[in-house]
Design a protein around this ligand. Structure first.
Ligand SMILES: [Zn+2]
Length: 306
């Protein structure tokens, strides 16, 4: 059988970033439910499912000692960690070369300080990436990027949400991306002079879409689908050489966890209970395993496609 790898990665965007997307005031206090609750929960789930995870951490979040310790513990259990920038600016690509370079460098340094390992991979905030970011990553010897999300349904929904919030006078911090990203390959590729074309540049591991209709095959859409329909969606990615399944820490939380109730009107997935979410991810993993998929870190997947 041809190569069949699946990598589950988890972006550890803290709850404040969701407030920013939805144009809400930042949450009060020193709560960090992603690191305090979701990371240990994810480690336990990964242990039960016998697979490694790849966490994409935001450097600034690791200034909190307890958050840094949670990530260090996860890395100690065999999970990988990638760079999700220092401060998760959704408008990163508009901030100029020097700023972007610092966001990459400081993110990597914060992660290395917290866990003692240098991140090999990079993921941009909000899936928004440009040729300029790719050039900066390559200069720094980053092994791979995993930010390109060639998904028409996701892009349409995101653009609509940004426009609606703007009309309501509650501007979102997200930015509208170039439609050219929809032309990008859906399987691992080396980026060209324009990142959405093939070339001999940095290795890109695109965020997963289904073969037909390019539906989003990510944590949020699977959680909303539930276990049975998630199995059907999974059938739509079987046969892909790499299933690059991207979750967010919030996918393992619900509205009963500390401070998430404020999001329930804007983010319906927080209303779904954790037990059902775990059942959904278990169903996806079981389906892929039955189809001969081996579970690896995204770092290992990058090596296999290098
Ligand atoms: Zn993020």
């Amino acid at each position: 059988m041809a190569l069949r790898l699946c990598a589950l990665s988890v972006d550890l965007d803290e709850i404040g970033h969701y407030h920013a997307i939805h144009g809400m005031a930042p949450p009060a206090g020193d709560r960090a439910p992603i690191y305090d609750v979701a990371v240990p929960r994810l480690s336990r789930l990964a242990g039960a499912l016998d697979l490694p995870l790849t966490f994409f951490a935001v450097g600034a979040d690791l200034a909190r000692a307890r958050s840094a310790a949670a990530l260090r513990d996860a890395v100690g259990e065999g999970h990988a960690v990638g760079n999700h920038t220092q401060s998760h600016r959704y408008d990163l690509t508009r901030l100029g070369r020097d700023f972007i370079g610092r966001e990459i460098d400081e993110g990597a340094a914060s992660i290395e300080r917290a866990c003692g390992v240098r991140p090999k991979g990079f993921r941009a905030p909000g899936y928004t990436i440009t040729d300029e970011v790719f050039a900066l990553l390559r200069e720094r010897g980053v092994a791979y990027d995993s930010s390109v999300f060639p998904c028409p349904a996701y892009k349409a929904a995101k653009d609509l949400a940004i426009s609606v919030y703007s009309l309501l006078g509650k501007p979102s911090r997200s930015v509208i991306d170039t439609p050219a990203v929809l032309l990008a390959p859906t399987r691992p590729y080396r980026v060209g002079a324009r990142f959405y074309r093939r070339g001999d540049g940095l290795l890109e591991l695109p965020i997963q879409v289904t073969r037909r209709f390019r539906l989003p095959f990510i944590g949020t859409s699977l959680v909303m689908a539930g276990p049975d329909r998630a199995r059907m969606l999974t059938a739509g990615v079987v046969g892909e050489p790499l299933v690059n399944l991207e979750l967010h820490g919030i996918d393992l939380l619900d509205e009963h966890d500390d401070g998430l109730g404020a999001l329930r009107d804007r983010q319906r997935d927080v209303r779904i209970g954790v037990a059902r979410k775990e059942e959904t991810f278990g169903a996806v993993v079981e389906t892929l395993r039955r189809e001969g998929y081996a579970f690896v870190t995204l770092d290992e997947a990058a090596e296999a496609h290098a």
